[in-house]
Design a protein around this ligand. Structure first.
Ligand code: SF4
Length: 706
């Protein structure tokens, strides 16, 4: 039996695991007692990871087809890559670099992400590269940047132990980040005075354990946060010394929140005035640690929601101190790493902005290319729209399943069915997206790859393979390097491609990425694979000469904004993008189950993970069910303006009147292609471009069976 340290490949908690292997088989997994994210604990998903290490659903060798109507055939790597190169090169030559796009994933390792980004923006010359992190964290990124000046979560897990108030908004932490929730439970046991406030339209397991639960109407978070600030101002809970010394824009914000009286906010949010006042008092007294996730992010006002919450921390001076700060919980295992290397349409390496000419020039010089194009790339929703309208003619999708995870799936399937050329690079061949692929490239996955991941608290872990790559699978970075070198020759940039992609191992990519961070907010020039191996996972920043990373940011009250002061954002409440009406009277909310992960390509293969919830269901309030003469277990047709699906209805006191809930996981192979995103809409936040996956207006009818 061999043991290899790694991390769990599911959520952004980033728990350390020890993989047990025999030869080329992973046979067990247990928590790594030395990893600072989890100290040996694992949740149900993490502790069954080894059961997902099976090969029957894997893509194990390259496949391709020459014509759309043909089935794909097994081919060699050379044939598959040459075929992909020919199509991409021809498309670029005939229609320009913006006629191709790359859609990648927060589940790739940082080194994979770096190579993809450099290929698109450095070699090809298009910013059409985006990621499923757009669906997950881009509002948190935009919120941090607008207020604090950089995409850097300032707090850490240890702050849970120092807080006197935990403010959880839009996060069912007990299910989505279970090991963080275990830490919260421990902190509450050790400190009976610790207050837990939960803000969520649904009485989730997390909400049920709260000292104060605010079941707000979907999408009304900004009104609540503004109302809390209104109360804090009245009650003298604002730290004016901190505000004057370290922030800008407070007068405008004060003017904005003047109208958000507890009475008005109670009307908008549907919660008692007294509870809004109590929440403001507990938060304002602190120290308060806010933890938040998709309920704030997956919203057409996601940036404002994030900023309005960060306003509360700045106004009360609760940031950069033990137990205090805004702390976005990252959904995917390496969404943070992807942001670090600029793997999104609007970013460049080391938290640089594509829109900034100086940042573009810095990266162009660093890479040794003439320029990084200034034309904004397509974000996730825009990219699939561009595929649908023919603007993007060759698409490369890696390590993600947009045929299940994108909103308004009908439109996405139409795009995938009609794109002239599609490459899918994935470890799994059973994902919905793969059926549209003209070329399918088999990638290695958890337990088989080397590279780094960064978790929610900015902590980087070096992971190494526990077993050999099965079949003909290859690491994602290596596939892209091979493609880039071949594409370079086809585009008559062969020498440039060899210069840009000289890597023979992921360490060389990490070292190059590290250099891009020199002098930046996330400076990791003091890190190396060797240091991570000898001293364990480290938090950034960790500049050259530092002995360890930084647990929390902004302790000195200096922010990476011009002038060093944080900025208040004055945001007014905006309603959800799609209102309910007589035809579609229910607010649909979506969320995660405790034992499933994303589209279930892994967790769906482990029978015991269905013990918690066996099948997809629509959860509804008992009164709403009675009014529609629905019984528990009845089959219902759920429809939105975009599509419909059939599933069973279940009575739930977690769901408020006029609302309904469907878990996000089922779709594809489990629901004949019709998951919850058949119902959702693609409207997105104007700044972060993150779509409103959390809410849609629906109707529910008893299904007429043929
Ligand atoms: Fe994996 Fe997240 Fe569970 Fe930790 S909490 S074991 S990272 S799924």
């Amino acid at each position: 039996m061999q043991e290899t340290k790694s991390t769990c490949c599911y959520c952004g908690v980033g728990c350390g695991v020890i993989i047990e292997s025999e030869g080329d088989r992973i046979v067990g997994v247990r928590g790594d007692p030395d990893h600072p994210a989890n100290f040996g604990r694992l949740c149900t998903k993490g502790s069954t990871l080894h059961l997902t290490a099976r090969h029957d659903l894997r893509a194990l060798y390259p496949e391709m087809r020459l014509e759309k109507h043909e089935p794909r055939q097994r081919v060699s790597w050379d044939d598959a890559l040459d075929h992909a190169v020919q199509h991409f090169a021809q498309t670029i030559r005939e229609h320009g670099p913006d006629s191709v796009g790359f859609y990648i994933s927060g589940q790739l390792l940082t080194e994979d992400y770096y190579v993809f980004n450099k290929l698109a923006k450095g070699l090809i010359g298009t910013n059409n590269i985006d990621t499923n992190s757009r669906l997950c964290m881009s509002s948190a990124v935009a919120g941090y940047k607008a207020t604090l000046g950089a995409d850097a979560p300032p707090a850490c897990y240890e702050d849970i132990d120092h807080a006197q108030c935990l403010f959880i908004a839009g996060s069912n932490t007990a299910y989505a980040h279970p090991i963080v929730f275990r830490r919260i439970e421990d902190a509450r046991k050790n400190n009976p005075d610790l207050k837990l406030i939960v803000v969520d339209p649904r009485r989730t397991d997390t909400a049920q354990s709260a000292d104060l639960f605010l079941p707000i109407q979907p999408g009304t978070d900004v009104a609540l946060f503004n109302g809390m600030l209104h109360v804090m101002l009245w009650e003298g809970l604002v730290d004016m010394d901190y505000v004057r010394a370290h922030t800008e824009g407070f007068d405008a914000l004060k003017e904005t929140v003047r109208e958000y009286t507890p009475k008005l906010v109670a009307d908008i949010c549907g919660v008692p005035e007294a509870d809004i006042v109590t929440a403001a008092r507990w938060f304002g007294t602190g120290p308060t640690l806010s933890m938040y996730c998709q309920g704030l992010n997956q919203s057409s006002s996601g940036t404002d929601k994030n900023a309005a919450l960060i306003n509360l921390h700045l106004a009360t001076g609760q940031i950069g101190k033990p137990g205090a700060g805004p702390f976005s919980l990252t959904g995917q295992p390496n969404a943070m790493g992807g942001r670090e290397v600029g793997g999104m349409a609007n970013l460049l390496s080391a938290h640089r902005n594509l829109a900034d000419p100086q940042h573009r020039a810095e990266i162009a010089t660093f890479w040794g290319v003439e320029q990084v194009p200034d034309k904004p790339g397509k974000s996730a929703v825009e990219m699939f729209d561009a595929v649908k309208n023919g603007e993007i003619k060759a698409l490369w999708i890696a390590c993600t399943n947009p045929a299940q995870s994108m909103p308004d799936l009908g439109s996405v399937h139409e795009a995938l069915a009609n794109v002239p050329f599609l490459v899918v690079q994935d470890a799994y061949r059973n994902i919905d997206t793969a059926r549209y692929a003209d070329v399918l490239l088999p990638a290695t996955t958890w337990g088989e790859k080397e590279g780094t991941v960064t978790n929610s608290e900015r902590r980087i872990t070096h992971v190494v393979p526990a077993v050999a790559a099965p079949g003909e699978t290859r690491p994602d970075w290596q596939i892209m390097v091979d493609f880039a070198r071949r594409l370079g020759f086809m585009l008559e940039k062969g020498y440039e491609a060899l210069q840009l992609f000289p890597y023979e191992a992921p360490e060389a990519i990490f070292n190059e990425h590290r250099e891009t961070t020199r002098g930046r907010d996330l400076d990791i020039t003091g890190l190396s694979y060797a240091m991570l191996d000898s001293q364990g996972p480290q938090q950034w920043p960790l500049p050259e000469g530092a002995m360890q990373g930084q647990a929390r940011l902004y302790a000195d009250g200096v922010f990476p904004q011009p002038g060093g002061k944080a900025k208040f954002v004055s945001a007014k409440y905006r309603a959800v993008a799609e209102k309910t009406d007589a035809r579609f009277p229910f607010h649909l909310t979506t969320g995660r189950m405790r034992d499933q992960w994303h589209g279930m390509s892994r967790t769906g293969t482990v029978p015991q993970l269905f013990n918690h919830v066996e099948e997809p269901m629509l959860a509804m309030n008992a009164d709403d069910m009675a009014r529609r003469q629905l019984q528990n277990g009845d089959l219902v047709k759920v429809s939105s303006r975009r599509g419909n699906l059939m599933l069973r209805v279940k009575e739930s006191d977690e769901v408020m009147p006029a609302q309904a809930y469907i878990p996000m996981h089922w779709g594809g192979q489990f629901m004949n292609g019709a998951g919850v995103n058949a119902l959702t809409l693609s409207n997105f936040d104007p700044v972060s471009k993150q779509p409103e996956l959390k809410h849609a207006a629906i109707k529910v009818e008893k299904a007429e069976l043929p």
